[in-house]
Design a protein around this ligand. Structure first.
Ligand SMILES: [Zn+2]
Length: 565
């Protein structure tokens, strides 16, 4: 009897499924969709979305293919962290080979014809059977297609070379910066620019709807997916105009107050690391799934939600605020990564972060916006006074630490720049990298163009190459098009902060008590746990009720540096 009853039910479901899809949606909700299981899914994970069965066989194959690409990427991240922290010098050459090989394999998996076939088949299934696809599956498909479109057009040789040069570049940058050696840097950068141009050309062939600076835009989109260069430039023009107007007022107002008292070290590296780790714990960073490490290289964030290793420098023993700034910044990246939907979507594209601009928004929200409030320094001051045994030191008061971190001074250095002039460093770099990629500027002329540009924007002149065009690691690791993500992120951070203030009304008191939990919970709910469910524009709109605009950042800077207007 059981068998014939089941047969009846099967025929009934088949009959119901022949209805047009709005009815099917109702039926699917009632009886559950007809899901095929994923072959070889680990038994304890079948309830996760990564391994959940799906009516489209092609989509399940895609989920497994992207899981494997994600696994390779996680291995690459681990090799990279090891490169920066623990690898013996003698392993340098073999490590470059390992990393380059791994990235080539990843690229081959992604650009495989079979994967393309699955994408087409799954997309057809999605159109014909929308009731079988929930919003997360739809978003996952959209992100799979976007990754394929963005990367599969680039030949594997170029991707392999890119991975190798990125790690060679880290070391090259460390060395040329130390030696202030432009003649060593120049041929390397020439190689890098030409590689980037070739990668951009491969991308533009696929997507040539943009007439000006399309090569640069295609590189920028790796960091700010979907962004139009013209939109970025419109926001930047508005910021430039407004900040040029308010900077003289800020300096004038500041001159009326006494200068902050400089810190006097030493601040031993071990204690700086203790402070930085403590602050990460306060922020809600989970040390069971990550850690904070020291490097002789530039700071780096990244890894996976299960293994988020942040890497910073503590080389300045005269000023603990420098490494603390990196810890807050990288910590902002870190809690975002750890909050991604790892249990359900682990390696799937929809489970990843939204790219560099949103990443930077989370880092700058903690580092520059919340981490530079008067109240935060009220929390910090007695603790650092005790930690570094600087009892009664007038430089270590909350007021003075706040004054030090909010002192505005046009300078040659981006990383040490204050919150107001920081933008000009980004604008300067974006103009130069755009010209380099378009071929309007040759690498050999970079030092001169650099010095002229920064003088024009901020009235300052670098005395050495290290203070000028050698200061940043980005171009050495091939990140052309990354710089605008900092300012786009700063704008997003200010816009998100405005909304957060409405939802959590006592943020200053919370900062004063070192209580980041309500802020972290809010960010987890509004941003982190959504992964790539929405594109960044839509996410920002859903969180703040508006598209990205520079107005909140301008208001924030005016309020903090000129007082409420
Ligand atoms: Zn960052």
């Amino acid at each position: 009897m059981g068998t014939s009853f089941q047969g009846y039910i099967t025929r009934l479901i088949a009959w119901l499924k022949s209805f047009p899809w709005p009815y099917q949606t109702a039926i699917a909700q009632k009886f559950g969709p007809s899901r095929l299981p994923v072959p070889n899914a680990p038994e304890d994970m079948t309830s996760t979305k990564q391994y959940e069965g799906h009516a489209s066989k092609a989509y399940m194959s895609l989920k497994m293919a992207f899981r494997d690409i994600g696994r390779l990427n996680a291995v690459g991240e681990t090799l990279g962290r090891d490169f920066l922290t623990a690898m013996p010098e003698g392993a340098y050459k073999s490590r470059l080979g390992q990393i380059a090989f791994l990235y080539r394999r990843m690229h081959e998996e992604l650009s495989d014809e079979k994967l393309h076939g699955y994408l087409e088949e799954a997309s057809e299934h999605q159109k014909a059977n929308p009731h079988e696809w929930d919003e997360w599956d739809n978003a996952n498909m959209r992100e799979m297609e976007a990754m394929y479109r963005h990367l599969a057009c680039v030949p594997a040789d170029l991707m392999e070379r890119k991975a190798r040069l990125a790690y060679e570049g880290r070391r090259k940058h460390r060395d040329v910066l130390k030696a202030d050696d432009w003649s060593e840097a120049r041929p390397f950068l020439e190689d890098m620019v030409s590689l980037q141009q070739r990668i951009a050309e491969a991308k533009v062939l696929k997507d040539n709807a943009h007439p000006t600076d399309e090569l640069y835009q295609s590189l920028m989109r790796e960091y700010i997916p979907g962004a139009k260069l013209s939109d970025v430039e419109t926001s930047f023009s508005r910021l430039e105009e407004k900040l040029k107007e308010i900077l003289p007022w800020i300096l004038e107002e500041q001159a009326k107050r006494p200068e902050p008292i400089p810190l006097i070290g030493p601040f031993p590296a071990a204690q700086q690391m203790w402070l930085n780790k403590s602050l990460l714990k306060v922020m809600g960073f989970d040390f069971d799934r990550g850690g904070l490490y020291e490097t002789g290289h530039n700071p780096v964030e990244g890894g996976t939600p299960d293994d988020t290793r942040l890497v910073i420098k503590t080389s300045d023993s005269r000023n603990f605020l420098e490494s603390m700034k990196s810890a807050l910044h990288e910590g902002g990246h870190g809690i975002y990564i750890q909050g991604l939907p790892r249990d359900t979507w682990r390696y799937q594209p929809v489970g990843q972060d939204l790219g560099a601009a949103v990443q930077e928004s989370q880092a700058l929200l903690i580092e520059m916006i919340l981490g530079r409030t008067k109240e935060f320094f009220t929390y910090l001051a007695p603790r650092v006074e005790g930690l570094f045994q600087k009892f009664g030191d007038p430089a270590m008061t909350a007021e003075n630490l706040y004054a030090l971190k909010t002192f505005v001074k046009p300078g040659v250095d981006r990383k040490g720049a204050d919150e107001v002039t920081y933008f000009f460093h980004i604008l300067h770099r974006m103009r130069l990298e755009k010209d380099l990629i378009a071929g309007r500027l040759k690498v050999k002329d970079l030092p001169e163009a650099w010095n002229a540009g920064i003088k024009d924007l901020l009235g300052v002149e670098p005395q050495t190459h290290a203070q000028g065009c050698l200061q940043d690691v980005h171009w050495f690791v091939g990140k052309f098009g990354y710089f605008p993500a900092y300012t786009m992120g700063h704008m997003m951070a200010a816009q998100i902060h405005d909304k957060m203030k409405l939802d959590i009304q006592n943020i200053p008191q919370l900062m004063g008590a070192g209580d980041f939990m309500p802020v972290q919970a809010w960010l987890l709910d509004k941003i982190y746990r959504n992964g790539r469910l929405m594109r960044s524009d839509d996410l920002l709109d859903s969180v703040t009720g508006a598209k990205l605009t520079p107005a909140p950042l301008i208001n924030h800077l005016q309020e903090r540096y000129l007082g409420a207007l």
